[in-house]
Design a protein around this ligand. Structure first.
Ligand SMILES: Cc1cc2nc3c(=O)[nH]c(=O)nc-3n(C[C@H](O)[C@H](O)[C@H](O)COP(=O)(O)OP(=O)(O)OC[C@H]3O[C@@H](n4cnc5c(N)ncnc54)[C@H](O)[C@@H]3O)c2cc1C
Length: 473
């Protein structure tokens, strides 16, 4: 850290050589300033962005988090929280303010007998899976290895085990939270239960979660992978898949995809890069039974590739590697639906779902239900348990000059899915969709969230998020 006098910059008033030095003396972690060699990398998030924060604080403890919050509040500085940096709304990057970077909070302690684990908020889900897998354990999280624990575990957590083991938030026993006034408290069913309810679904509105105590579940080898069909079979394969996967045992969590065939050895050379249907899945249970359950999905047409079989759970993340890097152009739209009927799939196909602008485009039909539906609706602020599917269209990794046609394709598909939507997932909303907060939370949930907000963050210090205060509507 080179301390530079930035007192002349109005956007960062109060950020002076002396004030930064005073904060540095309180921290165990590091401060990264614009002149530092690692600043260009430290400010990167998943979303391509050129925002230039005035400072990045790499917290290494709850005390560092509290000191940074106090520092920002005293100086009226805008502060964002960054875990894995995967917010598609860009909530973890800011121009001219403070980034509270939690990525050094990597504690992962677990007991193989009790299956209780303590997860630092800065871990990535791929790191969690890789550490726990050799012990035959894991945690229901997302579909991508580089998504952060903090953002996903406060937003919901819809992943490869959602139908068998529920949402990530359902497996949290307690959360260490640093509140807006710098207190370090524990939120659980018995301590600060209002906060425990709100922060599991209400995201970063209430404080900074520094660690999560969670209940693990078996996640060693799974029967998983993907089956691919030519895109010309989409109109028969996808509706049949959706019906079958919705009615399948909870051990099966699957998503139907329209994507460009990966340039992988298992795809016939002439099909690589061409639009295909992919049925990506995890069956967590007996392999023979998994084979029996998955088998009908191999007979929905003429598969061009079938790579479903026993695999280590973390290997499933290979299917989403393309969307993992930081600094990625991205445009995504999604809806949650009560029932995934053929009409939605037909509307997507009629709108050009298989006519993608490039290999960085996909449609996802995530089949939900099972344990996600079974979770107690009063236990957490997540209000979409009853949904049977999530439909998403996304384009990513395109050059700036190609933005228009990628955005146009995504928007066209969104138009097609929009009439069927009955809800939204906070983690999949972009910045320009904040008005959809009413699709994420019904009025009673939103009112209760606001009550909790006023108790723990009355000045709305934590507002770089899907903000629940009325001003954001
Ligand atoms: C490629 C990709 C794949 C995804 N796949 C899935 C998926 O399969 N399932 C799913 O459920 N979601 C998925 N998501 C959405 C993801 O859950 C959210 O984007 C989530 O917010 C990312 O967490 P993060 O820590 O990486 O985010 P960051 O960008 O680091 O943080 C985003 C915001 O979350 C809040 N936040 C983060 N950490 C904390 C914390 N410790 N305490 C309090 N607030 C915090 C803050 O408001 C912060 O600004 C995906 C996103 C991407 C980009």
């Amino acid at each position: 850290m080179q301390i530079k006098d930035t007192s002349a910059r109005p956007a960062t008033g109060g950020l002076t050589r002396d004030s930064i030095a005073a904060l540095a003396s309180q921290l165990q972690g590091q401060i990264v300033l614009p002149d530092d060699a690692d600043y260009p990398e430290a400010r990167l998030t998943h979303l391509a962005s050129v925002a230039a924060p005035a400072m990045i604080v790499r917290a290494t403890s709850a005390a560092d988090v509290a000191a940074t919050i106090g520092f920002a509040r005293e100086r009226d500085l805008e502060m964002v929280v960054r875990g894995g940096g995967h917010s598609i709304a860009g909530y973890s990057i800011i121009e001219g303010g403070v980034v509270l970077d939690l990525s050094a909070l990597k504690t992962l302690e677990f007991d193989t007998e009790t299956r209780i684990a303590q997860l630092g908020a800065g871990l990535l889900w791929g790191e969690v899976a890789a550490t726990l897998h050799p012990h035959g354990l894991g945690l229901s999280s997302g579909d991508n290895a580089t998504v952060g624990v903090g953002g996903l575990a406060t937003g919901g957590g819809i992943g490869w085990f959602v139908r068998k083991h529920g949402l990530t938030i359902d497996r949290i026993r307690s959360i260490e939270v640093v509140t807006a006034d710098g207190q370090v408290i524990t939120a659980s069913a018995s301590e600060h239960p209002d906060l425990f309810w709100a922060i599991r679904g209400g995201g970063g509105n209430f404080g900074v979660a520094t660690s999560f105590e969670v209940e693990l579940h078996p996640a060693g080898m799974v029967y998983g992978g993907a089956i691919f069909y030519d895109a010309s079979e989409a109109a028969t394969v996808l509706p049949a898949f959706a019906r079958y996967a919705t009615a399948a045992p909870d051990e099966l969590t699957a998503m139907g995809l329209v994507l460009a065939a990966p340039p992988a050895p298992f795809i016939p050379p002439e099909m690589r890069g061409k639009p295909v249907v992919g049925l990506a899945l995890v069956y967590c249970g007996d392999f023979d039974e998994g084979n029996r359950v998955v088998d009908p999905l191999r007979k929905l047409g003429t598969p061009i590739a079938d790579i479903v079989g026993p695999m280590p759970y973390p290997a499933i993340f290979q299917f989403t590697e393309d969307a993992s890097p930081l600094n990625l152009s991205l445009h995504a739209r999604s809806v949650m639906v009560d029932t995934l009927d053929d009409a939605l799939i037909n509307a997507l196909l009629a709108s050009g779902a298989t006519d993608m602008p490039s290999a960085g485009a996909l449609v996802q039909l995530r089949i939900l239900g099972g344990a996600m539906r079974g979770g107690d609706p009063e236990s957490a602020a997540f209000a979409q348990r009853g949904k049977s599917a999530l439909a998403l269209a996304a384009t990513y990794g395109y050059a700036e000059a190609d933005t228009e046609r990628h955005v146009a394709w995504t928007e066209r598909l969104y138009e097609a899915m929009r009439p069927f939507g009955t809800g939204a997932y906070a983690g999949f909303l972009m910045r320009d969709e904040e008005a959809r907060i009413n699709e994420v939370y019904p009025p009673a949930t939103l009112a209760r969230l606001r009550q909790v907000k006023r108790r723990y963050d009355p000045t709305n210090f934590f507002h770089h998020n899907l903000n629940i205060e009325p001003a954001a509507e």
